[in-house]
Design a protein around this ligand. Structure first.
Ligand code: PEP
Ligand code: MG
Length: 600
């Protein structure tokens, strides 16, 4: 549990200006007083039990687990009621960790055989698991250690002090600095009071980052020691756009940040005024601007931000954090609800893209030595045809409730597409003969994200209805740069000419075959890149909901003909560094009112 540390009594805040650099997790500038939340330390002592104490100790342990479960379920239900599906899902992960049979049984066994107290045995079991996770090469798994530790702390607290409960939230708007923020911590922080936050740990895919983006709160993560660097009550700035935290800023710096924040607010007002307008360029080229969403409940938020549909509904949420796969009815209901939320605009439902760093134990998928080059996406699903079939059936059934399209991830060969196409026909025949309500005439497309798919795009285009470029993976695979490896993050370059050429090539192949092409990775969320994507001739862009207004503004102020010429000119350069630098300069020149968006 995190406890707020009130402004230190008697001790004046250290007033020297300090600047810390971390990972930009959620854009925007927040200025305010700091509240430092520290992990409450839990002191665990080793105690030898008398034989007659063993049974009582086992019961005490199980009672603490039950109490922890009630607390987590309560927090999850509160989050669901207040529409925070993201937090609720993260708390669901904590419940799964809590109920892990192996951890519970190993602890009870240790209590019985070694005759040691429950907190001592439980901590040892959980530490072993988190040590293993921490060694993982995958950022995703490393991030999960913070979940494990949060659950461990809560159980230990309940064993040691059954009366303890969540920290009270602070009652004036403030910045929160903490070692890390778990879903339970953020659930306890009132959204109205939270101006922004900064954490020592965490990466772009950690909870803190996900939550900040979904709430639109500026945040910087991975700052190493921000929770020690500031005193409670000190003035600070969280610059989530650049990944900088400034504590006790100088008057000059404070003035600059205040001006930037004001210009961001002006932009926000301007964005709000075009929310219901179309994403059409100055010379009349209409681009379908849709949103990437991680779960059906986010569909509403995407529409509120001005998206015209969902360009990527990731369905992994359904398959992760559970002990067996979801049923067809359950999926059909959820997909149908998302389709209804955005109808008549489209929702593109991507079949599950598990594997890589997203593993579901019941599929028996081992990460392998190179998980992103392994059993992932359509490859994994073709080994579990029953699961793919039931997902396809659910999608066709949901299609009766709105404008639904199907999309297949990680395609690297025409055979994969053909197998799925045959399976779609079988599924439709079955649905018809069973008389189940569904809609069969819907578009089916593929994600273009492997170099193989780029270079056979002309052939693939003959056998599907659309392309959606998965830029996150297209960059990773084209440049051979692991997207989750922070040590080579500087090589992960969306401006690399190989990436821009690939995008242009794929769009040309699609258009030559008479199908449309969109792009749905993070690239579509970067305003500076948007003119280049318009210039490449993309018909659809799908961005994170939070970025939709900025992307729409850029499109509306772009001339598609000029954007084409700009892309041609930039591709005259040979390096990503040159292209990126000129793209930024051009952006500031072409869109002076939006220059704030081009800040590096
Ligand atoms: C992508 O690769 O760009 C994409 C949108 O898919 P994901 O990020 O889920 O791999
Ligand atoms: Mg992908």
């Amino acid at each position: 549990m995190l406890q707020p540390i009130e402004p230190s009594a008697g001790k004046p805040p250290a007033e020297t200006r300090r600047i810390l650099k971390g990972i930009p997790a959620s854009p925007g500038i927040a200025i305010g007083k700091v509240s430092v939340l520290r992990q409450e330390s839990v002191l665990v002592e080793e105690r030898v039990l008398r034989p007659e104490e063993v049974e009582a100790e086992r019961r005490r342990f199980l009672q603490a687990i039950a109490r922890t479960r009630r607390q987590l379920e309560g927090l999850r239900d509160t989050m669901l009621q207040s529409g925070n599906g993201e937090e609720a899902r993260l708390l669901e992960t904590h419940l799964l960790i809590l109920d892990d049979r192996e951890a519970l049984e190993s602890t009870i066994e240790a209590v019985r055989l070694e005759r040691r107290n429950a907190e001592f045995c439980y901590r040892r079991v959980m530490n072993r698991v988190s040590d293993k996770l921490e060694e993982s090469n995958s950022e995703y798994f490393r991030e999960r250690t913070s979940d494990l530790k949060a659950v461990k702390r809560r159980v230990l607290r309940n064993l040691l002090n059954p009366a303890s409960e969540m920290a009270a939230s602070l009652n004036e708007p403030h910045l929160v600095f903490a070692p890390d923020l778990t879903p339970a911590d953020t659930a306890a922080l009132s959204p109205e009071q939270l101006l922004g936050f900064a954490t020592d740990h965490g990466g772009r895919t950690g909870h803190a980052a996900i939550l900040a983006r979904s709430r639109g709160i500026p945040a910087v993560v991975g700052l190493a020691n921000v929770s020690d660097a500031a005193e409670g009550g000190e003035l600070a700035v969280v610059d989530g756009t650049r990944g900088i935290v400034e504590i006790s800023p100088s008057p000059d710096s404070l003035r600059v940040y205040t001006e930037r924040r004001a210009s961001q607010q002006r932009l926000a007002e301007r964005f709000a005024s075009i929310r219901s307008e179309e994403a059409v360029t100055k010379d009349g080229v209409r681009i379908l601007l849709s949103a990437n969403v991680e779960a059906p409940e986010e569909a509403r938020r995407a529409v509120e931000q001005g998206a015209r549909g969902i360009g990527l509904l990731r369905t992994e949420f359904f398959f992760l954090n559970r002990t067996d796969p979801p049923g067809e009815d359950e999926q059909a209901d959820a997909y149908g609800a998302a389709a209804e939320a955005v109808a008549p605009d489209p929702v593109i439902i991507r079949t599950m893209d598990l594997g890589g760093d997203k593993l579901a134990a019941y599929l028996g998928s081992e990460p392998g030595a190179n998980p992103f080059l392994g059993l992932r996406g359509i490859r994994l699903m073709l080994q579990h045809p029953g699961l793919l079939r039931s997902q396809l059936r659910a999608i066709y059934r949901a299609a009766a409730r709105g404008n639904v399209k199907i999309m297949i991830p990680m395609v690297s060969g025409l055979e994969e597409l053909r197998i799925v196409n045959r399976m779609r026909e079988d599924v439709l025949r079955d649905l018809r003969s069973e008389g189940l309500e569904h809609r069969g005439e819907i578009e089916a497309g593929i994600m273009v994200e492997t170099p193989a798919a780029i270079w056979i795009a002309d052939r693939l285009a003959q056998e599907c209805d659309f392309f959606s470029i998965g830029s996150n993976d297209l960059i990773q695979y084209s440049l051979a740069v692991d997207r989750g490896n922070e040590r080579i993050a500087s090589l992960y370059d969306p401006f690399h000419p190989a990436v821009l050429r690939a995008i242009r090539h794929v769009v040309e192949a699609a258009h030559a075959a008479g199908i449309w092409a969109g792009l749905c990775g993070e690239m579509a969320s970067d305003p500076v890149i948007v003119p280049l994507l318009v210039g490449a001739g993309l018909d659809e862009l799908s961005a994170g909901p939070f970025f939709i207004p900025a992307v729409k503004s850029v499109i509306r102020e772009t001339n598609a003909g000029e954007a084409r010429a700009l892309l041609d000119r930039l591709l005259g350069h040979s390096t990503g560094g040159e292209i990126g630098a000129e793209a930024r300069r051009e952006f500031a020149r072409m869109y002076p009112d939006l220059a704030e968006l081009a800040e590096p």
